[in-house]
Design a protein around this ligand. Sequence first.
Ligand code: SAM
Length: 265
Amino acid sequence: MYNPTHTQQDYGNDPLAVRHTDHYQAEYIQSFVEKWDQLIDWDGRAQSEGDFFVRVLREHGARKVLDVATGTGFHSVRLLKEGFEVTSADGNPNMLAKAFANARSHGKLLRTVQADWRWLNQDVHDYYDAAICLGNSFTHLFDERDRRKALAEFYATLRHDGILIIDQRNYDALLDHQVAPSHDFYYCGDNVRATPEHVDDSLARFRYEFPGENVFHLNMYPLRKDYLRRLLHEVGFQRVTTYGDFKETYREDQPDFFIHVAEKR
Ligand code: SAM
């Protein structure tokens, strides 16, 4: 059963059988959340992203932003520092608590909402110029119904000309065996190893190894790029522009990440 204070993740006897949307709550236990910032390395990440998201948001005239996958707060804090009005949502209370503390240490106060994407508008009662769902978060949804429901909820919280910025790991490269499992993955801190331990059509299981024999896992759904682009169109977004690692031109097998900018109008 889910206990957020557990120090060990629990995948039961058959970790490869754990393929369900609600499991994110059991994965982001306190001890993993504490390590997360070591994993993503805020400074390194800020450097590789540059001002990509700030630029896209400004180009679309966005001012008021909903971060639906706040995690430990990296993008919420960045955008607050750039003068955006930000609301920080996440389904996991450990993540939100950590994000709040991180923001405090950067001299910022987060406005947080605990909300599962599938029922986002139950808890978020405002309209936004933009929603962001970053850091390969959408991959936590294992059922197509959940993906459609979540995207419809994101769509509904946007103003008539709003945009959704959503990213994903380049799973196509993994599924099609275009990158070696030893590949060095984007936004990992120097002393952390992230390796895909198992990949099939409906599961990518990653192993995260921290110094001191701390090992955690994430079971994720390997989203294909064109599949997510299709879903975005099908829920009503009119235009979807896809960037590879923050650039508009990319070679299919090269980027670690794809970033989709979906426009409502
Ligand atoms: N955006 C952050 C970053 O880039 O560092 C966090 C990324 S972390 C991989 C994924 C986040 O999505 C976690 O904080 C998790 O709690 C949240 N999440 C996963 N599934 C969710 C759901 N169904 N509803 C709300 N939040 C969810």
